[in-house]
Design a binder for this molecule. Structure first.
Ligand SMILES: Cc1ncc(COP(=O)(O)O)c(C=O)c1O
Length: 430
């Protein structure tokens, strides 16, 4: 029997047991990391934009698991939809045509830009990314995929090899000969990568999440789309984190006037209650769907109850009240964080596109160091994995102004409490 974990944490027996079981049987490295960061969180109750630790500690959730909980935790309309669907349906059989899948695909086509028409369903964003890559390769007959240095598209075989491939290298599933990267916001580097005319696709997050949401420079994304057209390369937009109204329009590419050939979506499509993800394919890369009915199969991809939930997610997300609320809240947070920045220079900068925000802190690991004070002051937020100086701040579309104000107050208290960490934040922590 291994040592009880964690050895010296004040916590209830229930929380200790959860930590111990996860340490022993699930993911020891990850549990140890969270405990060492001062965030020994085990989710208990959850409602709206708050979660409660098993011991009852309330936290405002601005991580939302990358937008999974865009519409809040346990959104009552989504729970009702899921319950109703279970009176009639189950996962369904992925081999057959299905009413629920057909209706969701029809809605996605209607709501998506350009020629995007077909939906290939997946059970998660990584699988949806794989489908995008396979479709681009099949359509072009080329293997090379161009990604962004700090891009993240998942952890399956193909998706993990695009962009930052350190995890793929760790598992010997990288393929540098077919997956190349260029820096974000650098059109010249993109042209150098595309000009040999051998790239099947550029795969790019509209605002790279794991890199801390750097804002695309004026003209950058349309410039990438132009280069793609010039060199016969397809444009894959990964909107797993930026889609579903988080930046204003339903898809963030619409903000930049880009019509992708392929759109990858996930996370929030699930409403946080039933896993589902999807790859939307335009005319330029959908021949295989006519040619080969079983080219991609996924037992749980497009489960029927998940489709019903996703349809409701789209309905709520596209309501005018939802959009107006998101705009109001984004403006309040923009103002609030700008004020906070004046008072607390440890907050160095704010990157913002609607409700997609990256908060830049002093030091290489400033945001990582802030995790504990934020947790202690009732906020759950996560640093950007590829840049721990940036905190991802992704409040949900339905959050109200009162909770935003509480968030800003708690944030300021956490920053004050973190005062004496500032020096340390200059040094490398991860
Ligand atoms: C931009 C982006 N693409 C793809 C994925 C992979 O999604 P999943 O974890 O559902 O496989 C993620 C997950 O964080 C993501 O942020």
């Amino acid at each position: 029997m291994s040592e009880p974990f964690p050895p010296d944490l004040e916590a209830s027996a229930a929380k200790r047991r959860a930590l111990e079981l996860n340490h022993r049987y699930v993911m020891p490295g990850r549990v140890e990391a969270f405990v060492s960061w001062g965030v020994p969180l085990v989710m208990g109750r959850r409602e709206g934009y708050c979660i409660w630790d098993l011991d009852g500690h309330r936290l405002i959730d601005i991580h939302l698991n990358g937008g999974v909980f865009n519409l809040g935790h346990r959104n009552p309309e989504l729970i009702e939809t899921l319950r109703d669907s279970l009176d009639e349906l189950d996962i369904g059989n992925h081999h057959f045509p299905s009413q629920a899948r057909g209706e969701l695909a029809e809605r996605l086509a209607a709501l998506s830009p350009g020629s995007l028409r077909y939906t290939v369903f997946a059970s998660g964003g990584s699988e949806a990314s794989d489908i995008a890559i396979k479709s681009a390769r099949r359509a072009t007959g080329r293997r090379k995929i161009v990604g962004i240095d700090a891009g993240y598209h998942g952890r399956t075989g193909l998706s993990g090899a695009v962009g930052d491939d350190s995890a793929a290298r760790y598992f010997l599933s990288d393929s540098p000969e077919h997956f190349v990267t260029v820096p974000f916001n650098d059109l010249e580097a993109m042209e150098r990568a595309l000009s040999p005319g051998d790239a099947a696709a550029v795969m790019i997050e509209t605002i790279p999440a794991t890199y801390g949401f750097p804002v695309p420079q004026e003209g950058y994304l349309p410039g990438v789309a132009d280069l793609c057209r010039r060199y016969g390369t397809l444009y894959i937009a990964d909107e797993v984190q930026t889609g579903l109204g988080r930046t204003g329009p339903l898809w963030a590419v619409e903000r930049y006037g880009v019509e992708p050939d392929i759109l990858v979506i996930g996370k929030g499509l699930s409403g946080g209650v039933y896993p589902i993800a999807a790859t939307l394919l335009g005319e330029s890369c959908s021949d295989w769907l006519r040619d080969n009915g079983w080219g991609h199969v996924s037992t749980f991809g497009g489960s029927e109850v998940g489709c019903r939930v996703a349809l409701k997610v789209l309905e709520i997300t596209t309501r005018s009240e939802t959009r107006e609320n998101a705009e109001r809240v984004a403006a309040r947070l923009e103002h609030g964080f700008a004020e906070l920045r004046r008072r607390e220079p440890f907050l160095k900068g704010v990157r913002q596109q609607g409700l997609v925000m990256g908060l830049e802190f002093e030091g290489k690991a400033g945001a990582l160091q802030l995790l504990r004070p934020l947790y202690e002051h009732g906020i759950w937020a996560m640093f950007a994995g590829f840049d721990p100086s940036v905190l991802q701040c992704k409040p949900g579309l339905l959050i109200d102004l009162a909770l935003c104000d509480e968030l800003l107050e708690r944030f300021e208290s956490a920053l004050r409490a973190a005062g004496d960490l500032k020096g340390e934040a200059q040094s490398e922590v991860v």
